[in-house]
Design a protein around this ligand. Structure first.
Ligand SMILES: NC(=O)c1ccc[n+]([C@@H]2O[C@H](COP(=O)([O-])OP(=O)(O)OC[C@H]3O[C@@H](n4cnc5c(N)ncnc54)[C@H](O)[C@@H]3O)[C@@H](O)[C@H]2O)c1
Ligand SMILES: [Zn+2]
Ligand SMILES: [Zn+2]
Length: 382
């Protein structure tokens, strides 16, 4: 089969690989029809994540048709159109039974903090991902769901990670009616978080970034006010001024390890890997939250410590919440919102590439070219 493979930092290509096979009775093999590239894939692409092996296939946003099921699979049949959450999880361990699907204890022999993720290096289990013609789906009765007939594959694809993760980021903010919510990062995840903040009762939503066309999308898609980083001398001060000098009730970091805004932090965090990523956005989030407020971190960081302002978290009495999103938990509510016509997550998909052109998809998305918000990969016939 054709599959994206990693060749080293900034180098990927499509190679021929053996088709995956059923390895366990509860596996399924899914023929991928649509996939996407996530901001998290960019961290891999840039060589940020440890133990990303040559030949690994990325891709954790997957929609496809069930090709084959193992002997114990009860909920899926060959031919079903399915959406596959980015998390791989057993569904029955201590953590899964508490809804912490992204922290499953049974699926990642290489770490205990995070569970399994498709195509996300050996630090999350070493599972090959779905930027390929076929993917093996472990725990097939647990993760994937059959896509309802009324839902487009592209909206479903956005629920496998980016949109559900943004919604989760807003949920972690514990938004009370009328709250002011600030979102750092106007990528697909930040835009989804900003849009979702309204669903959860926000009274005001402000998005911060330094890319014009993304801030434009924050205004049109997420109905947010915007702050352009290069148009203010000090973003924290600008946010203080915008909130009567109190700070925001809820601040969401949807930027993560490759945050811009400080050359020193970017070089030590993102380039030299002396810390688990540049902490600029999360520190700005901490500084711009009001005392007693909540900071929700959904941006991804490496496990190594970063120079995060923990003292300020303590002294301001902030609640700091974070996780990889357990996306299937968000599906029932989001399906309801989509069915009622309240949101169409696929509006964030701005570019389409055939799998063969995957290197171009990564390049355009990574360099924020051609007004790209998020690239869709057209892999196989629906
Ligand atoms: N927690 C999870 O489950 C989960 C799931 C998906 C993605 N993520 C993470 O979420 C983050 C965003 O993903 P994405 O797909 O939207 O990525 P993206 O790269 O498209 O978006 C990041 C945005 O942040 C902006 N930015 C950079 N520095 C900034 C700063 N200091 N202040 C404000 N904005 C800044 C960039 O210009 C860009 O628009 C990534 O770190 C990704 O790994 C986490
Ligand atoms: Zn992702
Ligand atoms: Zn589990």
């Amino acid at each position: 089969m054709k599959a994206m493979t990693y060749r080293g930092p900034y180098k990927i290509r499509v190679d021929e690989k053996p088709e995956p096979r059923i390895q366990h009775p509860n596996d399924a093999i899914v023929r991928v029809t649509r996939a996407a590239v996530c901001g998290s894939d960019l961290h891999l692409f840039h060589g940020m994540m440890p133990d990303t092996r040559i030949g690994h296939t990325f891709g954790h946003e997957i929609v496809g048709i069930v090709e084959e099921v193992g002997s114990s699979v009860e909920t899926l049949n060959r031919g079903d159109r399915v959406m596959v959450p980015f998390n791989i999880y057993c569904g029955s361990c201590f953590f899964c039974s508490r809804g912490l699907f992204s922290n499953c204890h049974n699926v990642n022999p290489n770490a205990t903090a995070v569970g399994g993720i498709y195509g996300y290096s050996h630090t999350t289990g070493g599972y090959d991902g779905g930027q390929a013609e076929f993917v093996r789906v472990p725990f097939a009765d647990v993760g994937p769901s059959v896509i309802p007939d009324w839902l487009s594959s592209e909206d479903a694809l956005m629920l496998t990670d980016a949109f559900s993760t943004g919604y989760f980021g807003a949920q972690l903010g514990d938004i009370a009616a009328g709250d002011t919510v600030v979102v750092f990062g106007a990528g697909p995840v930040g835009l989804a978080a900003a849009r979702s903040a309204w669903f959860l009762g926000a009274g005001r939503v402000i998005v911060v970034d330094h890319i014009d066309y993304r801030l434009e999308k924050a205004r049109t898609f997420a109905f947010a006010e915007t702050i352009h980083l290069s148009e203010v001398a000090d973003v924290v001060l600008a946010l203080k001024k915008a909130t009567g000098y109190l700070g925001a009730d809820v601040v969401i970091d949807a930027v993560g390890a490759e945050s811009d805004g400080s050359v020193v932090q970017h070089v030590t965090g993102a380039k030299l890997k002396m810390q688990g990523g540049s902490p600029v956005a999360v520190n700005w989030a901490i500084d711009s939250a009001r005392k007693g407020g909540t900071v929700s971190v959904i941006g991804a960081y490496g496990p190594l410590g970063s120079a995060v302002r923990l003292g300020d978290v303590v002294n301001k009495g902030l609640t700091l919440r974070a996780n990889q999103a357990p996306v299937k938990r968000q599906w029932p509510r989001l399906l309801e919102h989509i069915q009622q016509g309240l949101v169409s997550p696929s509006e964030l998909l701005t570019h389409r590439f055939p799998l063969e052109h995957i290197a171009e998809a990564y390049h355009v998305f990574s360099s924020k070219l051609d007004d790209c918000i998020k690239p869709l990969l057209v892999v196989g016939e629906e």
